[in-house]
Design a protein around this ligand. Structure first.
Ligand SMILES: [Mg+2]
Length: 390
């Protein structure tokens, strides 16, 4: 494995100077991976069938564009987009949902139903697991500070990490997500991948700082602190609004804000961010995400971790990324572009996505992970038996 410091320096240079080179490398990997897999389903699994559907896509794209603070943002568009992110509104304004839903499910089948085909496609390759936290391992809850994962899920992820390198990739502050997951053997990428740390050597690991792999947005910390204070003060007047400090980025949660106040909240956030053109705003599930405008996201974090693990130009790797949010799309897109592994979207409703498969909720995610562990255990046992028969 290449040294982590070398990896970090390489990634920094690439990120700043040569992102086009990286695309070229990715394209080469895509072609090589496609050529190496000739069975009909493998091709389908690696290169899922159809581009994202037209299901409320154009409307949403326009609304999201309007959210960009550097563009001609309009508060009404913000509020429309905030509504569009709420499943109840999607249902009430889309009469032919069931028809759209079934065509969407055909394009993004359940990862549980396709389990056998998925594991077949991974044969001979090293599976690497990437898991978002909120809405993927833990249910979405009213109070983001209480988004606990169940003991059963923790046990499942612990077992998973015994068989496959496993990383948690979250928008949350790394320390916060670690306090929820509490598994030292995993990789953690907090702040939308802007704060990456490798596994701790043990509970009494004194060299914690050495396992920090990459923090590309360190210079933004003072600015993020300042904006946090401003947003905290400004949004005090909105009952239920909650500003979360994620170290290198911020989240403004409005899940508990009365819908009548959404427009006011959007205006407040916009007025604060007007002063900070180096920060960008995107929208998640009832949350505004505020991040530095550096070219770094969950997709870049996934690529960085694959390189750190020694799979930079390797075609024998099968990354699986499971997530429920718009910010996870960057990682789904990386996998689609690389033609390696696949993304799984956690959602009960059709969404414009680059993921190949879907799971409805965290309980299905747990089921999928448990099956993966079982499958790996069985295949190792079979291999052991074959060897002992020789
Ligand atoms: Mg999430």
């Amino acid at each position: 494995m290449v040294s982590l410091i070398e990896e970090r320096d390489k990634m920094t240079k690439k990120n700043v100077v040569a992102s086009n080179t990286k695309s070229a490398i990715n394209m080469a990997i895509t072609v090589a991976a496609a050529a190496a897999n000739s069975s009909l389903f493998t091709m389908a699994a690696l290169k899922p069938p159809v581009a994202p559907g037209s299901f409320f896509t154009i409307l949403q794209r326009k609304l999201i564009q309007n959210l960009e603070i550097n563009g001609a943002a309009r508060v009404n568009a913000w509020v429309d987009s905030m509504r569009a992110s709420s499943p109840t509104h999607v249902k009430s304004t889309t009469p032919s949902l069931s028809e759209d839903q079934s065509s969407w499910i055909l394009r993004h089948p359940s990862a549980l139903e396709m389990f056998e085909q998925i594991t077949n496609a991974s044969k001979g390759k090293q599976i690497v697991m990437f898991l978002d936290y909120d809405g993927t391992l833990s249910p979405i809850v009213e109070d983001p500070d209480r988004a606990y994962m169940s003991d059963a899920m923790r046990t499942t992820v612990r077992k998973l990490a015994r068989y496959f390198p496993t990383a948690i990739v979250s928008g949350r502050c790394r320390d916060k997500v670690y306090s929820f997951v509490q598994l030292a053997e995993l990789y953690y990428a907090g702040s939308h991948g802007m704060d990456i740390k490798g596994p701790s050597k043990g509970p009494k690991d004194k060299n914690d700082a050495q396992s920090v792999l990459f923090q590309p947005a360190s210079e933004f910390v003072p600015m993020i602190d300042k904006v946090y204070k401003a947003l905290f003060d400004e949004t005090k007047s909105i009952p239920g609004a909650n500003v979360e400090h994620n170290k290198f980025c911020l989240s403004v949660h409005y899940r508990r804000v009365d819908e009548k106040k959404w427009s006011e909240l959007a205006q407040l956030v916009k007025s604060v961010l007007k002063e900070y053109p180096k920060l960008r705003l995107t929208q998640g599930r009832k949350v505004f995400e505020i991040r530095p405008t550096i070219k770094w996201d969950k997709g870049k974090a996934l690529e960085f971790l694959l390189e750190s693990l020694g799979y930079a130009n390797c075609i024998d790797v099968f990354p699986v990324y499971i997530g429920d949010d718009r910010t996870d799309e960057d990682a789904f897109k990386v996998l689609r572009d690389r033609g390696q592994g696949f993304g799984i979207l956690v959602s009960k409703i059709p969404k414009d996505t680059n993921a190949s498969y879907c799971l409805q909720e965290p309980s299905e995610v747990m089921n999928f992970l448990q099956r993966l562990v079982q499958w790996k255990k069985m295949s190792l046992q079979r291999q052991g038996k074959k060897l002992s028969l020789r």
